[in-house]
Design a protein around this ligand. Structure first.
Ligand SMILES: NC(=O)c1ccc[n+]([C@@H]2O[C@H](COP(=O)([O-])OP(=O)(O)OC[C@H]3O[C@@H](n4cnc5c(N)ncnc54)[C@H](OP(=O)(O)O)[C@@H]3O)[C@@H](O)[C@H]2O)c1
Length: 326
């Protein structure tokens, strides 16, 4: 396993991280344990969860992870998230100081730990000024309840705004971002990954397989009715564009022609962007996990990286007049 430095922190993290969104939902506790043990054996030292994972939106995912890490906590980098609404009540989500203070205590209890290594804003809350959220994060860092604040699912300008507030107010700043990134979802290349390079932010990307699309199961062979892109309305909408299916088809052919597993190649591709520190993989069973772990064996050359990108569509540049040189 290759370990890389997380942004400016000095913390060494595995270039593959384990996402535990399936723990307590698509994977029961026994399977979650098997997945966890296999990841540890492979050298993964980052495990990511959220207060809403586990199927019940009420901490089940964190609780399962908490039981699994209880004997090896200090060897691991544990992240969780706050902000996404649990239910429909007026204060069942968001990023107010009140909600963050409430939720962090629940996450610490669920995870059976006294500190969260990376605490993400799951998604920004338009009702709460970022200064309120960052001040709460700063207090939690000073109390030792979180080690590093971080942010997911946000535009580069919002992340930059947050960094600016932290610096102006001399309070804790984001050390890491968690954007979606895979061959069909390349938006983060345009600004977020550039910002991360410029600001030396850690980057832990999610959904390297496009939630399963890049494995070929929806484009080649039996094309099952099961799987997140078929059964979950959000994912149907996220990946429903026929262009994504065309790209997946070309990509899977490309992998098979080279004798590598499409899932492994997709993960290796996401993790090989120079700004990416680690790619978060996900699995509902050991077979799926093994496919993604095989990314460890793949040597992603610059030629392969370029050829694979060319199977997809380059996202438009961040500014116009890109036809002019310099
Ligand atoms: N910050 C956020 O908002 C956010 C959002 C999403 C994820 N994440 C994090 O990132 C982690 C990974 O995300 P992800 O689950 O979307 O990653 P992904 O790697 O794109 O998708 C994983 C899913 O693809 C399918 N799959 C995996 N291997 C397969 C194989 N070999 N053959 C066929 N299907 C296969 C499985 O779903 P099915 O069996 O259901 O098809 C599996 O759950 C999550 O656990 C979570 O920690 C964060």
């Amino acid at each position: 396993m290759e370990y890389r430095t997380l942004g400016k922190t000095g913390v060494q993290i595995s270039f593959l991280s384990m996402g535990t969104m399936t723990f307590g939902s698509a994977a029961d506790e026994e399977m979650s344990g098997k997945i966890f043990n296999r990841c540890r054996e492979a050298g993964i030292n980052v495990f990511d969860t959220a207060n809403i994972y586990g199927g019940n939106r009420n901490g089940r995912g964190e609780q399962i992870l908490g039981r699994l890490i209880s004997t090896c906590r200090d060897e691991l980098v544990i992240s969780t998230k706050v902000g996404t609404p649990r239910w429909d009540g007026p204060n069942d989500g968001g990023l107010s100081r009140r909600y963050i203070m409430l939720e962090v205590e629940k996450s610490l209890r669920n995870l059976q730990t006294d500190r969260i290594d990376i605490y993400y804003i799951h998604k920004l809350d338009s009702r709460t000024p970022m200064e309120e959220t960052l001040r709460a994060m700063d207090d939690l860092q000073k109390q030792g309840k979180i080690v590093y604040p971080a942010i997911s699912n946000s535009a580069a300008w919002q992340i930059a705004l947050g960094l600016g507030i932290s610096r102006k107010e001399s309070i804790a700043e984001f050390v890491c971002v968690q954007p979606m990134y895979n061959l069909v979802k390349r938006q983060s290349e345009v600004e977020i990954l550039e910002l991360a390079k410029a600001e030396k932010l850690g980057v832990i990307t999610y959904s390297p397989l496009g939630a399963g699309l890049l494995t070929g199961k929806y484009t080649h062979g039996d094309k099952p009715d099961a799987g997140r892109i078929r059964t979950d309305e959000r994912y149907k909408a996220r990946y429903g564009n026929p262009l994504y299916f065309e790209i997946a088809e070309k990509f899977v052919d490309y992998a098979l022609e080279r004798g590598v597993k499409p899932a492994a190649l997709a993960v290796a591709w996401a993790a090989s962007h120079p700004a990416v520190t680690s790619s978060l993989i996900g699995a509902r069973n050991l077979e799926q996990l093994e496919d993604s772990l095989s990314a460890i064996e793949i040597k992603m050359t610059p030629e392969w990286r370029k050829e694979i990108a060319a199977l997809s569509v380059d996202p438009p540049p961040a500014t116009d007049r890109s036809e002019e040189k310099k």
